[in-house]
Design a protein around this ligand. Structure first.
Ligand code: VGL
Ligand code: ZN
Length: 198
């Protein structure tokens, strides 16, 4: 069995002081760096939105961040502008050891659709290509860490489990946003999908 470490969205905008800060987001950086040494494959994801992305509340007159809108692919939570392509906010945390990354997969670049998961956009259909990359490298087990537990990490973990990967989530190396019980809901969905939550 060949394993990969998947580090989700450890970017400035999700760390304290960022546009969509996750409490304690930066605390996990040293632990994530240390964990990289245990893996033959390390993959980073990077939330990467064009300016004016449809998930930004600023694009929806009368709407505020954390309200929702109906999109053709379902209900979308609206976010503060974040992770705009090429901005400092979209950069990885300065202390993250990006040298070890075999692949950096960017997501959320289509202006009309959000992409929480590392595998599919929020229509749950459009692939990012990560599945093919992992399979062609013979990787069948994934360990996931990163931000935010209840959005991009849980969507990625659930999709990976559904695709047949063996998935472990290291909660000590994840931090969440927790909007209206989203943390408990995410834990329930991950466990139901067969993700080992450690
Ligand atoms: C994320 C909301 C919007 C995440 C990304 O990384 O969890 N959450 N974009
Ligand atoms: Zn985003």
């Amino acid at each position: 069995m060949s394993r990969a470490l998947i580090v989700i969205d450890l970017q400035n905008d999700f760390c304290p002081g960022g546009a969509l800060e996750v409490p304690g987001g930066d605390d996990i950086v040293p632990g994530v760096n240390a964990l990289m040494a245990e893996f033959g494959a390390v993959i980073l994801t990077q939330d990467w939105h064009p300016a004016g992305h449809s998930s930004f509340a600023s694009e929806h007159p009368g709407k505020s961040p954390f309200e929702t809108v109906e999109m053709p692919y379902g209900t979308q939570i609206l976010w503060p502008d974040h992770c705009v392509q090429g901005s400092d906010g979209a950069a990885f945390h300065a202390d993250l050891d990006t040298r070890r990354a075999d692949l950096i997969i960017r997501k959320g670049f289509d202006p009309g659709i959000d992409s929480y998961s590392a595998f599919f956009e929020n229509d749950h259909e459009t692939p990012t290509g990560l599945e093919g990359y992992l399979r062609t490298r013979g990787i069948d087990a994934l360990v996931m860490v990163g931000l935010a537990t209840d959005f991009c990490v849980s969507f990625s973990a659930v999709d990976a489990a559904r695709l047949g990967f063996e998935v472990e989530l290291l909660t000590d190396l994840c931090r969440g946003i927790d909007l209206d019980g989203s943390m408990d809901a995410a834990m329930g969905k991950m466990r139901a999908a067969g993700v080992r939550v450690l």
